[in-house]
Design a protein around this ligand. Structure first.
Ligand SMILES: Cc1cc2nc3c(=O)[nH]c(=O)nc-3n(C[C@H](O)[C@H](O)[C@H](O)COP(=O)(O)OP(=O)(O)OC[C@H]3O[C@@H](n4cnc5c(N)ncnc54)[C@H](O)[C@@H]3O)c2cc1C
Ligand SMILES: NC(=O)c1ccc[n+]([C@@H]2O[C@H](COP(=O)([O-])OP(=O)(O)OC[C@H]3O[C@@H](n4cnc5c(N)ncnc54)[C@H](O)[C@@H]3O)[C@@H](O)[C@H]2O)c1
Length: 465
């Protein structure tokens, strides 16, 4: 199928990350002539500098806990030495393998792969340039009937003195040495996850954030439980605080907070959000408009202000998660080249933060539900079975938010071991609009933590009444 023979391709995708790769592959599967341009690394942020290396590092950081916990079960296991360089090399090998899979999957589907940095010449023409990471890339000029911008996002740095002394998540995966003292700024997903990683690997960690509790936007009970869990992990929390400067002190760095407190660290990491990556694309040449927040403005069909140009994933700053970018890419490819729209339940997108212990959520928080009307709240907090013997001070929190009028479970939240694995199943129940009575008539799996979600009989309180 060819949309328009006057163009080199039917679809040109800019950015081979989670969204772009899926869109290109599905469009090619529908018979479109597709090319994809990537400036940095095949697979994008998630595979190279995001979800995948992060999760491997979380897993690496959990082994000392297993060793310590084993003593309560009769083992005399001793902690060993951690080899940071070996971890980084093993992680890099796995990522190289994944890069190869992405490339071969695209090639197998007949997608043309172009290495280089893309820039618009007009609404149907893109030129590519070599980048520092691909200096030998041949410049190309390519015309397309339709173009999808899937260029992702990039870390936002604070405007403070000495900011260039700090790293972001873009650099953290390739540090030459494991830092012994780390100061992390920001308590969103990345700040919390890396506080857990470095603490687990044995570093002294200072976590600085502006709010009274970490993870703004999550359920308040979960945020409080996380605050306690961060303390229990040995991370020093500096709440309601912001850095004002960073300076060198020999081989170390000193972060000064607005309270006057000084924190000395071997590594300062900013985890202060990300912003859409649009610089250098020359969007103005194609008439693609940004909104006030700097994201590419799109309609419900992911179309930008220019017909035939679409945008998906983080560059549109909707829900910045890999499965969402993938879904947006898939929906768009189906819509453009198969004439049908796939349905995905974005409203009940589940979220997880891979701290140790991790937390996960789906649906409404208690406060969000209360704004819509009375909600029955069920909360359970308990010591998981493993820690009755390990002696570790770690509690699990589970919470259900139930719309009182319909008795539908509109939110589920958990902090505790395996929370992300459990939440995937609960997300199906919440997406399906199941009622509390459906949870109650479900038989539990014993002995698990998960069975608590089907045995919460007594309402803890009513919210929003
Ligand atoms: C540290 C970290 C951990 C994360 N962990 C998770 C997680 O556990 N779970 C989860 O769901 N999400 C996680 N995310 C978020 C997830 O990585 C993103 O939401 C997802 O990658 C967005 O996909 P995308 O396709 O929009 O963009 P990206 O994956 O960022 O891909 C964009 C691609 O476009 C390329 N590009 C940009 N501009 C140009 C140009 N002009 N020319 C050519 N190529 C260009 C980039 O090089 C990049 O490869 C994490 C993010 C970070 C930073
Ligand atoms: N497990 C996951 O799914 C996962 C993991 C990592 C990242 N992500 C995605 O990547 C996005 C980016 O992650 P993130 O942690 O960088 O962003 P975030 O938006 O989650 O958190 C940003 C943090 O920076 C703080 N901050 C912002 N401006 C500041 C300032 N001027 N001074 C002091 N603090 C400031 C905020 O208060 C917040 O604590 C996430 O929102 C999420 O969509 C997802």
């Amino acid at each position: 199928m060819s949309d328009n023979a006057a163009y080199d391709v039917d679809l040109l995708v800019i950015g081979a990350g989670s969204g772009g790769v899926r869109c290109a592959r599905i469009a090619a599967g529908h018979g479109a002539r597709v090319a994809i341009i990537e400036a940095r690394h095949w697979g994008g942020t998630c595979v190279n500098l995001g979800c995948v290396p992060k999760k491997l590092m979380v897993q690496a950081s959990e082994y000392p806990d297993y060793v310590a916990d084993s003593h309560g079960f009769g083992w005399d296991t001793q902690p060993g030495h951690h080899d940071w360089k070996m971890l980084i090399a093993a992680k890099d090998r796995e990522i190289e393998r994944l890069n190869g899979i992405y490339v071969s999957m695209l090639e197998k589907n007949g997608v043309r792969l172009i290495t280089g940095f893309a820039r618009f010449e007009d609404a149907h023409t893109v030129v590519t340039e070599p980048t520092p990471l691909s200096p030998d890339a041949k410049p190309e000029r390519i015309t397309a009937a339709r173009i999808v911008i899937a260029s992702g996002s990039t870390p936002t740095k604070l405007d403070i003195e000495g900011v260039d002394l700090a790293i972001t998540s873009d650099e953290v995966f390739h540090l030459a040495e494991m830092p012994r003292r780390v100061c992390i700024v920001g308590s969103g997903y990345i700040g919390v996850e890396f506080a857990g990683i470095f603490a687990g690997l044995g570093a002294e960690v200072d976590l600085v954030y502006r709010q009274p509790l970490p993870l703004r936007g999550f359920d308040e009970d979960l945020r409080s439980a996380l605050h306690t869990a961060i303390d229990q992990r040995g991370v020093r929390q500096h709440v309601k605080a912001s850095p004002t400067s960073i300076r060198r002190n020999g081989d170390a760095f000193v972060v000064t907070l607005d309270s006057g407190v000084e924190i000395e660290a071997d590594c300062v990491m900013l985890a202060t959000g990300r912003h859409p990556k649009t610089s250098g694309l020359a969007l103005e040449k194609a008439g693609v408009r940004l909104d006030d927040g700097g994201r590419i403005a799109v309609d419900a069909a992911s179309q930008t202000s220019t017909p035939d140009i679409y945008a998906i994933g983080d560059v549109t700053n909707r829900i910045n998660l890999t499965p969402v970018a993938i879904a947006e890419g898939h929906i768009l490819a189906d819509y453009l080249f198969a004439g049908h729209e796939r349905e995905w339940a974005f409203d009940t997108t589940p979220k997880a933060v891979f701290f140790t212990p991790p937390l996960a959520s789906v649906g409404l928080t208690e406060d969000e539900a209360a704004e819509r009307g009375p909600a029955d709240i069920y909360v359970s907090s308990f010591r998981p079975m493993r820690h009755t013997l390990s002696g570790r001070e770690r509690r699990t929190l589970m919470k259900l938010v139930v719309d009182q009028a319909s008795q539908k479970v509109v939110g589920a939240h958990m902090l505790g071991e395996d929370a992300p694995e459990l939440m995937q199943g609960l997300a199906i129940a919440v997406t399906a609009g199941l009622r509390k009575a459906d949870f109650d008539r479900t038989i539990g799996i014993h002995p698990t933590s998960g069975e608590e979600f089907v045995t919460m009989r007594s309402r803890t309180r009513v919210a929003g009444a």
